[in-house]
Design a protein around this ligand. Structure first.
Ligand code: ADP
Length: 296
């Protein structure tokens, strides 16, 4: 099955009953390897990835595929390594001195952990949107032009085009078009700031967008705008989102990866599947317990 082009239907978690078809309890802590649908085009792959912070193993043996032009959600209890795993996709763990990543991560089949591959090139192709909006203390225009300027683009007209296109794609153009050259990015509301940060990410023309709980600091209306934006961006970008909010995962994503903690306190991938199946008919008991609110 290819990625569903329509937003996933909202699922009311409170009505989910335990599935009678799920009878097997996996040995807790055994890595479960799940890939997305066999024929879905894959943008990124992670194979046998383990991550340590100093001596502590935070993540164990994660193998998963990220489908192209789809939204993949990472869910699971706090501390099970979702953000740590997300950061592997653009080598942001390189910036944490104690972090050590073992295993393979590929982008279009190319190994990104290869020392010969510049991390800056990976981060151009794989953009990251942080949990808290973090506009730079400069104009809206300069926020968006920042990345392209660093890539060496100096021509004013080219920059103008990139800024406008990025603000349009991030669904904030109409709100700022009259004053974006002068107005500070910091003067926007929280939701607008997050869309500005998404525009800033889009300006460097990434292929993959990673979002680490992008709406967790926003009110419900601003959250809805971000979710609508994800649905729009999915046709042109591959998106991976970490979210604590299961309703959000069920609304926005095509595929869901459920992580949990093993007995050794390292996070592992318990199950990955099409989002509708994870929330209605998961294969693993541990997933069912989590999505039905009995655990985590
Ligand atoms: P999640 O996103 O699922 O909440 P994290 O990836 O943030 O989980 O964290 C996974 C584990 O790694 C936790 O035990 C956390 O304390 C630890 N951890 C995360 N970041 C760091 C860091 N920079 N240094 C040391 N330990 C970290």
């Amino acid at each position: 099955m290819t990625a569903n082009p329509e937003p996933s239907p909202e699922i009311d978690m409170t009505t989910l009953a335990p599935s009678p078809t799920v009878v097997r309890r996996p040995e807790i802590g055994v890595a479960q390897t799940r890939v997305v649908e066999a024929d879905a085009p894959v943008k990124m792959k992670m194979h046998d990835v383990s991550i340590w912070y100093g001596e502590k193993r935070a993540v164990r043996d994660v193998t998963l595929d990220v489908a192209s032009n789809a939204v993949t959600a990472f869910i699971g209890p706090s501390g099970c390594g979702k953000s740590t795993i997300l950061r592997c996709f653009d080598r942001m763990n390189d910036l944490i001195p104690t972090a050590r990543v073992q295993g393979s991560v590929t982008l279009d089949g190319q190994e990104i952990n290869d020392a010969a591959v510049p991390a800056v090139e990976i981060r151009r192709r794989v953009g990251l949107v942080f949990q808290r909006p973090n506009p730079f203390p400069m104009s809206i225009y300069e926020n968006v032009a920042y990345g392209p300027r660093r890539q060496g683009i100096k021509d004013r007209r080219t920059l103008d085009e990139i800024v406008e296109r990025s603000l349009r794609r991030a669904a904030i153009w109409d709100e700022v078009k009259d004053e974006f050259r002068k107005k500070s990015g910091l003067s926007l509301s929280g939701g607008q700031q997050q869309r500005l940060c998404i525009a800033r990410t889009l300006a460097t023309d990434p292929e993959v967008i990673l979002m680490d709980e992008p709406a967790s600091s926003l009110d419900p209306i601003a959250t809805l705008r971000i979710e609508e934006l994800m649905a729009e961006l999915r046709s042109n970008y591959t998106i991976v989102i970490v979210t604590h909010n299961m309703q959000q995962a069920s609304r926005v994503s095509d595929f869901t990866a459920f992580f949990t903690l093993g007995e050794d306190r390292a996070g592992y991938l318990a199950e990955m599947d099409a989002t509708a199946r994870i929330f209605t008919n998961p294969k693993e008991r541990v997933t069912e317990d989590y999505v039905s609110g009995r655990f985590g």
